[in-house]
Write a protein that binds this ligand. Structure first.
Ligand SMILES: *Cc1c(COP(=O)(O)O)cnc(C)c1O
Length: 375
């Protein structure tokens, strides 16, 4: 049996090696390493795929979030509401810009932003909401957009884990996640559903003025060559990464289908195990399973991990410490915050290997390995 890995980017590469190698060589031959044709082609193809007017490439997903907040003109002291139960990048950039992260709870079924918790967190200082489409399914965007409209707030979607996910509105219309808020931000980190062979990121918007501003900020605040209108940063997507992403974009739906098949296999296999709560999908969204994250009920998680580890089955805890309890935010005295769902999820979540290249032998071995713990 092939060694089981949380993510297997190597096998995925080998399946499309000829195409990828040719695309990389085309960039090498062109010598347009920055802002080359590959970058234009990829952003064009991605905007078509997402049905969004503007895609602005940048260096990584964290930068994308930062550039979005800079472009919206948020000022020190402004409050930005985000879930505590997410990867640190979402909240870190808020603090980096001297904005105030306000942590809210998540829904116990979807693990995405909880609407009641969001409503309670809004104050006169609130300027923006950053929902995260965690593990690959959408946050309840229709409600979030309605609340944002009522309070005149911006919405930046953190779509780093959900590219390709479809959101269905109550009137039946569908949109891709990342294209519903004022701005969508995503990451092309190698292990993401659409992953480069290095770092990469992008911003999405239908607002032309915002798109121009974000492109300017990502390029040293430059309006024309050597004329710098605002303080920006240097955040670019390399041509080589864009060329690789352009090849992989054509496979994205197939990749997401492959992840869904793995998730279904696990969930069917664990259906009879009372101590495992398998991931659920809300009725308004598809799930592209960036992670397969289950909850272990009344289980010693350390022992469970050790049991799998002895069988060389990797698993991960996403995430062991919620944002509001991270040391970097200790000055905020967040320990009094009541986030009961986040507090309940943190000690019991466990993510199993999921990627596009898992074979039947590996899947059955993992399922048997998990089941044997409960026998
Ligand atoms: C990966 C990720 C990011 C950051 O992306 P990078 O490209 O690593 O900077 C932000 N938010 C979430 C939810 C992520 O999973």
């Amino acid at each position: 049996m092939r060694k089981i890995q949380m993510v297997d980017t190597k096998t995925q590469y080998l399946a499309i090696k000829d195409q990828v190698d040719a695309a990389i060589h085309e960039v090498l031959d062109s010598a347009a390493y920055i802002n080359g044709k590959a970058v234009k082609d990829f952003t064009q193809n991605l905007s078509t795929y997402l049905a969004i007017d503007h895609v602005i490439p940048c260096a990584n997903g964290t930068d994308a979030l930062q550039i979005a907040m800079m472009a919206l003109g948020l000022k020190p002291g402004d409050e930005v509401i985000t879930p505590s139960f997410t990867y640190i990048a979402t909240t870190e950039v808020v603090a980096l810009l001297n904005l105030t992260p306000v942590f809210v709870d998540v829904d116990p079924v979807t693990y995405c932003m909880d609407i009641e918790s969001l409503k309670k967190a809004i104050t006169p200082k609130t300027k923006a909401i950053v929902p995260v489409h965690l593990y690959g399914q959408a946050a309840p965007m229709e409600e979030i957009m309605a609340i944002a409209k009522e309070h005149n707030l911006y919405v930046i979607e953190d779509n780093a884990q959900a590219i390709g996910c479809d959101y269905t509105f109550s009137d039946g219309t569908k949109k891709k996640t990342g294209t519903i808020g004022h701005i969508g931000a995503t990451s092309f980190y190698p292990s993401k559903n659409l992953g480069a062979f290095g770092d990469g990121g992008a911003l999405f918007t239908n607002d032309k003025a915002l798109a121009d501003k974000m492109a300017m900020i990502a390029n040293h605040g430059q309006s024309e060559r050597y004329y710098h209108d605002v303080v920006g940063c240097n955040s670019r997507l390399d041509s080589i990464q864009a060329a690789i992403l352009n090849i992989k974009l054509a496979h994205l739906d197939a990749y997401n289908n492959a992840r869904q098949a793995v998730a279904k296999y696990y969930s069917d296999a664990f259906a009879g195990i009372a101590q495992i709560e398998t991931p659920a999908t809300a009725n308004y969204t598809t799930h592209v399973f960036h992670q397969y994250t289950m909850q272990l009920k009344q289980v010693d998680r350390e022992k469970f991990i050790a049991h799998l580890s002895a069988k060389e089955i990797p698993c991960m805890i996403y995430y062991p410490v919620p944002g509001h309890l991270q040391k970097m935010f200790s000055h905020q005295n967040n320990s009094h915050l009541e986030l009961p769902v986040t507090d309940a999820l943190t000690p019991c979540v466990c993510s199993l290997p999921i990627h596009t290249e898992m074979d039947a032998e590996q899947l059955s071995y993992i399922v048997e390995g998990v089941k044997s713990f409960f026998n």
